[in-house]
Design a protein around this ligand. Structure first.
Ligand code: UT7
Length: 334
């Protein structure tokens, strides 16, 4: 029996809104400092989209770049997988918005709601569709407009300084070469920790979904136990990278490029140290864009590809950790 085809990434794209907010700009809104933000996270600036722009609009621009690189038209795509934690509407999903913006007939569109691990979860879905033969040209996007749900007062400073808006997109097709493409995706979740990083309202557990009391208590903003999230991230990320390496009979040295979720440069440095790899083998952009959750890894991938850091047959390792807790890794032979 022939092996199912691997999903090959044939196009990448990214888009960020033009408006830059530096740490100095945030200093004017809350009691924080450029020094604190840079030292604790590695972030210097981020982008915020204007009102009226949603994640699907950012995803649209990123998708056009990915399609152009792939040499495909939007009408060639037969499935959209859209990862976001900051959807355009509560429902329908942002995939429906993007499907309409792109004008790709009546193809299906799925939303993935796995927060900072949304991209690796989405990659597994896209890969499985291609391996099963159900769909042949899948557009996978991660896109976020975090700026809508950030508390820009001192009460929200622990979270608000970290996040930014942006989108990344990939086009995946069945690989002609059995060695090249997505080699594996390993996913995990540990829902017992769901309260350590959350945005509680609007919530279908509550009636009404959002009350005045909720708004007064700031439940429309994310809450994070940063130290605890950090501690789990620096354990789970190297663990799931090793799981991928063992599965593929590779060592950490065999990886040509590491791409991480962009939450905190100290986390990414700790993971590379744990794997005994130099930080120069990773590509990071949180200094310029902050944490863009599901968009972080595809944005890094697009920069790395366009910057000439990924060559044919290179092994690229991607890993993410975030709310849920949820985490995962993917290995791709380019
Ligand atoms: O993307 C999803 C996954 N997310 C992550 O992986 C994030 C993981 N966590 C982190 O990256 C880090 O925990 C943070 C960057 C969020 C925080 O860094 P930290 O070194 O863990 O700082 P901390 O939360 O322990 O806070 C240290 C101090 C506190 O003051 P006291 O109690 O020591 O007086 C905070 O109140 O820093 C204070 N602080 C701030 N000061 C200036 C918290 N936020 C700020 C701020 N500006 N924005």
């Amino acid at each position: 029996m022939p092996l199912p085809p691997r999903a090959q990434i044939v196009g990448t794209g990214m888009f960020v809104p033009p408006d830059v907010y530096t740490n100095k700009d945030l200093e004017k809104m809350m009691d924080t400092s450029d020094e604190w933000i840079q030292q604790r996270s590695g972030i210097r600036e981020r982008r915020y989209a204007k009102a009226g722009i949603g994640p699907s609009d950012l995803a649209f621009e990123a998708s056009k770049s990915a399609l152009a690189m792939a040499g495909l038209k939007s009408s060639d795509i037969d499935m959209i997988v859209f990862a976001t934690l900051s959807p355009d509407y509560y429902f329908p999903g942002s995939g429906a918005f993007l499907q309409d913006h792109l004008g790709c007939g009546t193809i299906p569109a799925i939303d993935i709601r796995n927060q900072c691990s949304g991209f690796v979860y989405g990659l597994n879905v896209a890969q499985a569709f291609i391996a099963s033969g159900l769909y042949k040209r899948v557009l996978l996007v991660g896109a976020e407009c975090h700026s809508r749900a950030l508390n820009f007062t001192t009460a929200g400073r622990d979270v608000s300084v970290l996040f930014g808006d942006g989108a990344g997109a990939l086009v995946l097709v069945p690989s002609d070469d059995p060695e090249r493409g997505v080699m594996s995706v390993h996913l995990h979740a540990e829902g017992a920790h769901r309260d350590l990083l959350k945005l509680e309202t609007p919530a279908a557990r509550n009636w009404p979904m959002v009350s005045k009391e909720d708004l007064d208590a700031g439940r429309q903003y994310p809450k994070m136990d940063g130290r605890n999230v950090f501690k789990h991230a620096v354990t789970r990320m190297p663990e799931v990278v090793r799981e991928a390496l063992t599965h593929n009979k590779l060592s950490a040295d065999d990886v040509d490029l590491y791409l991480f979720h962009q939450a905190n440069m100290r986390i990414n440095e700790a993971v590379m140290k744990n794997l005994d790899q130099p930080i120069t083998k990773s590509h990071n952009n949180m200094d310029r864009y902050g944490n863009c959750s599901a968009a972080s890894i595809p944005m890094c991938l697009d920069e790395a590809v366009r910057g000439g850091r990924v060559k044919a047959n290179d092994v690229v390792c991607m890993t993410a950790f975030g709310a849920g807790f949820m985490w995962g890794s993917a290995l791709v032979r380019w």
